[in-house]
Design a protein around this ligand. Sequence first.
Ligand SMILES: Cc1ncc(COP(=O)(O)O)c(C=O)c1O
Length: 375
Amino acid sequence: MSKLPQVGTTIFTVMSKLANDHNAINLSQGFPNFPVDDKLTSILAKKATEDVHQYMPMPGSPALRIEIASMINKVYKRVVHPDSELLITAGATQAIFTAIMALVKEGDEVIVLDPAYDCYDPTIRLSGGTPIHVPLNDSYQPDWEKINAACNEKTRMIVTNNPHNPSGRMWNASDFDALESLMSKNERLLWLSDEVYEFITFESEHISAHHHPNLYARSIITSSFGKTFHITGWKMGYMIAPEALMIEIKKVHQFNVFCVNSVAQSVLTDYLPQVDVTQLGAFYQQKRDLFASLMKESRFELLPCDGTYFQLADYSAISDESDVDFCQRLTTEFGVAAIPVSVFNDPPIDRKHIRFCFAKDDETLIKATEKLCKI
Ligand SMILES: Cc1ncc(COP(=O)(O)O)c(C=O)c1O
């Protein structure tokens, strides 16, 4: 009997295959198609000949943890203890899996805000918990009335993602006030704040869980070097949690992976002090703006995008097909692959919105938008 009967092939695999089969421009899956920083690749080449090929300590390289703590201190003015509050993981996916496995038990409920990244729900189910899907409102912002109503004595965790994939929206200060109030009323509640796009933010300032000391004792933050340094294939990330929770999280981590890739950890240790992560927003803002200006002539309506490298588009002026059918036709007939947003919802909600990834070189964005403007 399957432990995850409802899980099939993910939409990212389906759309990327369809894009390949039809030679379409792939704006579906969220990965950059431009080269990574030369500095990073030359450190990698140098490290290959050094003594960096054996197991690292279980929580990750001590030097890398110090560098991450220092970056967090610079960006958020928060002091994180590298030994007790930081864990290096195989991407944010493993951080999320490990945190949920360690902290959610049979009978617990976990609030997930839809549309939601696809790894939350199955991980909660594998832990024995029950995912409670609460839809975001039509502007893809939290609906606090619904979230409050969904909370009860069984609720163990709320998983949030800010900046948000797929919508590109960010939370504002009043959302955090509402979360603080919810957590003060529900003492068992933990907050898993998935912040993999923390440095890809535009006009408005990103408010992080790091800015909320009142909640540190109950918050787990996940992030991804894949997103920050255009190295999604490295599968490197990290998690910050208070020591009491981290003790439990490490118990799972050590039998899940024990430790993660030593070469990547050693390269990132040298690279981190040489880069300014606060410049990433400006880099992607140019891409967002280029994509938006090239799409002006199209019949798609672009939705607000505060962060991430995703742009939602409303296609209701073009078609009343379901978003899944529309994305398939977009790929097979028009040569551009996108992701239907309904599949991030359980049950699916079809708002006639599709997601484009603009983490692509300018040439790709120009070619894709030429096709999109002809529809
Ligand atoms: C919201 C969100 N969380 C987590 C992840 C996983 O990150 P990683 O590739 O570091 O495992 C992604 C990747 O697309 C994501 O969009």
